[in-house]
Each structure stands twice: as structure tokens, then as C-alpha cells.
Design a protein around this ligand. Structure first.
Ligand code: HEC
Length: 190
């Protein structure tokens, strides 16, 4: 027979296990996103995203004419549940986070051909889906998202000042898909 005490002990053990986990693992276990933004709307590159987020795709920016391979490679991650939600609803959900790593690429002959690989991290683009227009006075929030760039030297503090000038112009071609270049992410396709 399972006693009440053993149930209580088991649920206490579970709560303690949750407490002992890093925030990001907790988020994954609970299935609910924890906000990476503070009350003022300031945010940072999410800790540990390489292991706790889902990898969704890579872009290769070609080297100038006459040179082989890629000049840069961009590697994109989505917060836990973002992919599930997108596949279900055809859009990202409030609180979903996208992280794009920007790397300088190196190209060399390998046994498969002339091959580019990620070399030096330059920094991150981070976006947070925001359906509630949470920070109307903050120039890094608007049009359904929070938007920022972080130099590789400082994942905690953005150098972006205004998403209209720093980001949005370049994302106009993706306006019809909520400003996101979804064609680069096979996992979002049904
Ligand atoms: C020079 C044009 C340009 C600027 C400026 C720019 N982006 Fe992008 N962004 C793109 C393009 C094009 C892609 C997809 C292809 C790629 O990465 O090369 C992309 C992809 C992304 C992605 C991956 C999700 C997606 O849309 O596919 C994020 C996140 C992102 N950008 C955020 C930002 C933020 C935040 C800013 C401003 C701080 C910004 N971008 C500024 C052109 C730009």
C-alpha cells in the first residue's frame, strides 16, 4: 500500500529536485517559459540555450565573389515549447525566445569537398515574442517582439538602442510571417 507519507515524500523530493535545477532546466521540465526580461524590459542572452533550447536551423552568408564558401554562418535556436507551439498554431506564442548566433566562418578543403564551418562567435541577435505590447515606451520592444543585438564580449548588455533603425528595415521581407524568416527552419514545416 502506498502511504500518504510516501506520496508526500515523493512530491517533496520532486519539488526539491526542481529547486536544485538551474532555471533553464526547470523551464524545460515545467514546459512554461520563464521570462528573460526584467520589469523595465531589459533582457540578455538566455543562459545555457545551446543545451536547453531547440536548434532550428543555419544560414550561410556567401563569401565575396572569387572566394569559396561562407563568410558568415548564422545558427538559430528557439526556446523550449516554441517549436511545438508553432507546429500547432502556425505562429510563435507569447514569451517564445529566438536566438541567432553570428559566426565568422572558415573554409577549407575536407574529404567531402570545400567546406565552411563556424569559427569565431561575433555575437547574438535575440527576439522575444510579445503579444501584450508589454513595454510601449521601450524602443527595443514593438510590433509583437522584443529585439536586441549582443556583442560576443557581453551577453548581458545589449548595444541596440532602437529596433526600428537597428533591425526592422532588414526584416521587412519577412513581415508576412511575423517578421521571422521561417523558410530557414525545416522543423517549423508540417
Ligand atoms: C542587414 C539586415 C539585418 C539586420 C540589420 C537585422 N537582421 Fe535579423 N535577420 C536578417 C536576415 C536576412 C535573417 C535570416 C537570414 C540570415 O540570418 O542571414 C535574419 C534572422 C534573424 C533572426 C533569426 C529568426 C529569423 O527571423 O529568421 C533573429 C532572431 C534576428 N534576425 C533578429 C534581429 C534583431 C533583434 C535585429 C536588430 C538588433 C536584427 N535581426 C537586425 C537580416 C537582418
Amino acid at each position: 500500500m502506498i502511504s500518504r507519507i510516501s506520496i508526500a515524500t515523493a512530491s517533496l523530493a520532486f519539488s526539491m529536485a526542481l529547486l536544485a535545477m538551474p532555471a533553464i532546466a526547470k523551464e524545460k521540465a515545467a514546459g512554461t517559459p520563464i521570462s528573460i526580461a526584467d520589469a523595465t524590459g531589459a533582457f540578455h542572452v538566455p543562459d545555457g540555450y545551446r543545451t536547453s533550447y531547440d536548434y532550428i536551423g543555419t544560414w550561410s552568408v556567401a563569401a565575396p565573389k572569387g572566394k569559396d564558401g561562407a563568410a558568415e554562418m548564422h545558427v538559430v535556436y528557439a526556446s523550449p515549447k516554441a517549436v511545438d507551439g508553432y507546429r500547432k498554431n502556425g505562429k510563435f506564442s507569447d514569451g517564445d525566445v529566438l536566438v541567432k548566433e553570428v559566426y565568422e566562418a572558415e573554409t577549407a578543403p575536407m574529404t567531402t569537398g570545400i567546406v565552411s564551418h563556424t569559427e569565431k562567435l561575433k555575437g547574438w541577435f535575440v527576439m522575444i515574442k510579445d503579444e501584450k505590447n508589454s513595454h510601449p515606451g521601450n524602443k527595443l520592444w514593438g510590433d509583437g517582439w522584443a529585439w536586441s543585438w549582443f556583442d560576443a564580449t557581453d551577453p548581458k548588455k545589449t548595444t541596440s538602442t532602437d529596433y526600428h533603425t537597428d533591425c526592422q528595415g532588414c526584416h521587412v521581407p519577412a513581415k508576412g510571417t511575423d517578421w521571422i524568416y521561417v523558410q530557414g527552419y525545416p522543423v517549423l514545416k508540417k
